[in-house]
Write a protein that binds this ligand. Structure first.
Ligand SMILES: *Cc1c(COP(=O)(O)O)cnc(C)c1O
Length: 383
């Protein structure tokens, strides 16, 4: 079955008792057992719940894996995964990783004895050199956030496996519609399901998918022991989001392409960073390793901090908000918003400057979006 069909059918057979075509919200914490020590497949909803099971089965299929795990948030997914490691274990991470991931590593797991190292994952020689220290896990985002750099996932997977490290890929920005890291050799795929998978900015959730049975067993143990699981209602919302993932991603991408081309030609925009533009340094690599370029764009405006703030306040359809991947367009200022917890020197080194803005292009009419950006750039120029 093709992706679009699996998104609607895998794990989602009509319900046995009534024939309901939509997986019900099994809003229950426990399950009556027919006899002592005999149950019908579920004992307690932290361990398993039919609505969550359907979501996990479906997302595992979409990522080309065998085992899916749902969590209460993306950070809940990464945090649960990190409990597989022990004090003294090393982790090698992308240097412009999602701010919340950096905070979790640097402020919590470092204190518990894990040792973190950071590297530019687009520099394979640097990655190989850092692998000499023997990390157990390598954590990659591609595209990175917010610089949208493209990393060579298969090449990094080969380097990791030569050294016995697991490769985990945060696939939030691409979604499995555009990129499937397990097929490129990664061991673990992670999502903030809050973003494209849910897709409607109405639920917070996280996902891990793996292919290996042994690794899956350890993650299932961590999921049940740590308990950062989503409730049945949130699982249901995420499952509903998956049904339209293909349609939405196509539209996010066609709108983002139009916005990127329009802004690249705009005199008030100094730089447009979008992997779908031919001049993006990772364009050819992304074309090879993925099936598309996504809906995220970063910009450098021809303005100082005040002008950039004026632009951020002036858009009407692009809401000024953290997060991304919903049907509505959003914009944010990484230096002050999502990446405030990244040390200023690191921000500077990464290029997260005062005139830097990140767009999550939604699925509205492209003409309306272009008009909204144009009027905001006019207001910025007049300020
Ligand atoms: C949002 C996000 C996360 C964190 O997920 P939450 O659902 O907010 O906990 C992790 N990685 C990336 C790339 C994200 O965008």
């Amino acid at each position: 079955m093709e992706f679009e069909t699996r998104a609607i059918h895998v794990g989602q057979e009509p319900e046995a008792q009534t024939g309901a075509v939509v997986v019900p919200i099994f809003q229950t914490s426990t399950y009556a057992q027919p006899d002592v020590g005999v149950h019908k497949g579920h004992e307690y909803s932290r361990t398993s719940n039919p609505t969550r099971d359907a979501l996990q089965t479906c997302i595992a299929s979409l990522e080309g894996g065998r085992h899916g795990f749902a969590f209460s948030s993306g950070m809940g997914a990464i945090g649960s995964l990190m409990t597989l490691f022990e004090a003294g274990d090393r982790v090698l991470c992308s240097d412009d990783v999602y701010g919340g991931t950096f905070r979790l590593f640097d402020k919590i797991f470092k204190n518990l004895g894990l040792v973190f190292d950071y590297v530019d994952m687009t520099d394979l020689d640097a990655v190989a050199a850092k692998l000499e220290a023997g990390p157990r896990l390598v954590w990659v985002e591609s595209p990175t956030n917010p610089m949208l750099k493209i990393c060579d996932i298969s090449a990094i997977a080969r380097l990791c496996h030569d050294r016995g490290a697991l490769l985990g890929v945060d696939n939030t920005f691409m979604s499995p519609f555009f990129q499937r890291p397990l097929e490129l050799g990664a061991d673990i795929v992670m999502h903030s399901a809050t973003k494209y998978l849910g897709g409607h900015s109405d639920v917070v959730g996280g996902i891990l998918v793996v292919a290996d049975d042994g690794l899956a067993e350890r993650i299932a143990f961590a999921q049940n022991s740590f308990g950062a699981i989503p409730g049945p209602m949130d699982s249901w919302l995420l499952l509903r989001g998956l049904k339209t993932l293909a349609l939405r991603m196509e539209r996010h991408q066609s709108n983002a392409t139009a916005v990127a081309r329009h802004l690249a030609a705009h005199p008030r925009v100094r730089e447009v960073i979008y992997p779908g533009l031919e001049n993006h340094p990772g364009h050819a690599l992304q074309k090879e390793q993925g099936h598309g370029f996504g809906g995220m764009i970063s910009l450098r405006l021809d303005a100082d901090l005040e002008g950039t703030k004026t632009f951020c306040r002036a858009t009407q359809l692009f809401f000024l908000a953290e997060s991304l991947g919903g049907v509505e367009s959003l914009l944010e200022h990484p230096a002050i918003m999502t990446h405030a917890s990244v040390p200023p020197e690191t921000r500077q080194a990464l290029g997260i400057t005062d005139n830097f803005v990140r767009l999550s292009v939604g699925i509205e009419s492209r003409e309306d979006l272009l008009a909204d950006l144009d009027q905001a750039l006019d207001q910025m120029a007049a300020s």
